[in-house]
Design a protein around this ligand. Structure first.
Ligand code: ZN
Length: 304
């Protein structure tokens, strides 16, 4: 049996556990916060590895940020990870092999191997959270591109409204189809549509309406919330149509916090009515909250 120390590095949380080559957990998942200080963060990595190194065969990182083609470090990271993270060669932190993969790519691999798309050699996992992440399995392989950064589907441009994304570019799909995107849409509709004046949120400033408000408003049959949600959903569907036409997948797996608010059958029908390739299935993710760790561990087992 192969034992992999899997470490998931998110912007706020760091989780780790020992996982085998079947994607099964051999230890409980431990959690700590992700330090904003790079020296502290590296020390945390060293401590976690030291604590487990005798027992394991290799270490696998699933991390936010774009990972280099050699799977040894992050090339460009998100603003919520500490300055200097890109300079750390993670492969030097252990005497045993170390593998690094982007968290969305790793999650897609987990869905392919042990989740909702088992045996489907062409499938895509889209993570809908505060941003939009994507991992593409093409002909049974993880799409990485020439630099390792392939599959950054959240940066696909749609709409052309000029909405500014958190990356400072305009009209990224994730600035519409993420949880944050739902909030932006809520603000825009509140500013421009008279429907807001009859909403249960009419006493709030447009900027103050949150993603949670809209979700709560749906349950109250609030017309403004329904309108906002439908615009958000259409923006989600637009992106799914684009990637379906390009990649012709069997399945698109939806993961992340926003996934629970969509009716997958309804979205599947909407996508299938506007594509030129054969129909696809849309399913919710099954590999769970720790899909990134599982996928990174399985990929590490394939590499070493
Ligand atoms: Zn962007």
């Amino acid at each position: 049996m192969t034992k992999v120390l899997a470490i998931d590095v998110g912007g706020t949380k760091l989780s780790y556990a020992i996982i085998n080559e079947k994607g099964e957990f051999l230890s409980e998942v431990k959690k700590t916060s992700t330090s904003k200080n790079i020296e502290e963060l590296v020390q945390t990595f060293k401590n976690i590895i030291a604590e487990n190194e005798n027992e394991i065969d290799m270490t696998a990182f699933a991390t936010a940020g774009a990972v280099n083609i050699e799977n040894t470090k992050v090339d460009s990271s998100t603003p919520n990870l500490p300055k200097g993270y890109n300079d750390i060669d993670l492969s030097t932190l252990s005497a045993k092999p170390v593998f690094v993969e982007n968290d969305a790519n790793a999650a897609a691999w987990a869905e392919y191997k042990v989740g909702s798309a088992i045996g489907e050699d062409n499938n895509i996992t889209i993570t809908l959270g505060t941003g939009v992440g994507g991992g593409f399995i093409v002909n049974g392989k993880l799409l990485r591109g020439k630099s390792g950064r392939g599959g950054e589907v959240g940066s696909m441009k749609i709409n052309g409204h000029g909405r500014v994304c958190t990356c400072n570019r305009k009209d990224c799909w994730e600035s519409y189809a993420s949880g944050t995107g739902l909030k932006y849409t809520a603000e825009e509709v509140a500013q421009t549509d008279p429907i807001f004046s009859t909403s249960i949120f009419k006493n709030k400033q447009p900027k103050e309406v949150t993603t949670y408000d809209i979700v709560a408003g749906l349950k109250e049959n609030d017309e403004y919330s329904i309108k906002v949600f439908n615009i958000w959903k259409q923006d989600l569907i637009t992106g799914l149509i684009n990637i379906t036409n390009i990649f012709d997948p069997e399945t698109i797996v939806i993961s992340g916090g926003m996934g629970e608010f969509i009716d997958t059958k309804e979205v599947e029908n909407a996508v299938n009515s506007e594509i030129v390739v054969s129909p696809i299935k849309i399913k919710l993710a099954k590999a769970g909250n720790h899909a990134g760790m599982i996928g990174a561990a399985l990929l590490a087992c394939e590499k070493f």
